[in-house]
Design a protein around this ligand. Structure first.
Ligand SMILES: C[S@@+](CC[C@H](N)C(=O)[O-])C[C@H]1O[C@@H](n2cnc3c(N)ncnc32)[C@H](O)[C@@H]1O
Length: 190
């Protein structure tokens, strides 16, 4: 079984698959061809970060605030997340377990993507993969905060390009050369 199949087969998805085999293979290829460190924004149970790091010779990072659910649901668009709160509550540990199991070395950055853009401001990345909060303002902020941290010739990829608000950000804010799309992932040259 190759590493992508092992990631897919792992128990990381107790909700539904967040990425297809095609998308994880794309991330593996982006990591393999990266000209510098790689970073995954929105870790959940570690699958996309694992794929990105699996063939990468540079340092790999993955950022997530790992939801604290407290005593009651936060309602609205997070209802689904609340219903699956167990899998989200265990995601920080699940990510680490997956990475050990498949043998990838990833720096787990616990906190918001905004905070980590400041903490890692002196690092320059070959790949930034954006898959954290999919609200318009958050996705736009991720693009604006992380775009300056990409090396010339590096790439920025967005997941869930089929979601309306992500689509709006790509249309309104991302003025980069579009390289290609693989299913719900769009890749740009920085
Ligand atoms: C769609 S999931 C990511 C799926 C992941 N790429 C995978 O491979 O399964 C989105 C994740 O982003 C995280 N997140 C949402 N907003 C965030 C923020 N502002 N900062 C850091 N993480 C955030 C959530 O905790 C959640 O785990």
């Amino acid at each position: 079984m190759n590493v992508i199949e092992r990631i897919m087969q792992s128990d990381y998805n107790t909700t539904k698959p967040m990425h297809t085999v095609g998308e994880l293979t794309l991330l593996q290829t982006l990591g393999r061809d990266s000209i510098g460190p790689v970073i995954n924004l929105g870790c959940y149970r570690g699958a996309s970060a694992a794929a990105l790091a699996s063939a990468c010779i540079h340092p790999a990072y993955s950022v997530d605030k790992y939801y604290d659910f407290g005593p009651r649901p936060d309602g609205g668009h997070n209802l689904v997340r609340w219903l699956h709160r167990k899998s989200f509550m265990q995601s920080e540990e699940a990510a680490r377990e997956l990475w050990v199991r498949i043998g990838v070395n990833i720096t787990q950055c616990v906190g918001t993507t905004d905070e980590w853009a400041v903490k890692l401001k002196d690092v320059r990345f070959g790949v930034v993969f954006i898959d954290a909060d999919h609200q318009y303002e958050s996705c736009k902020a991720d693009y604006e905060n992380w775009r300056p941290l990409v090396m010339p010739g590096g790439v920025i990829a967005f997941h869930d390009n089929n979601q309306t608000l992500v689509k709006d950000v790509l249309r309104d804010c991302v003025k980069l050369e579009k390289l290609y799309e693989v299913e719900r992932t769009t890749v740009y040259r920085a």
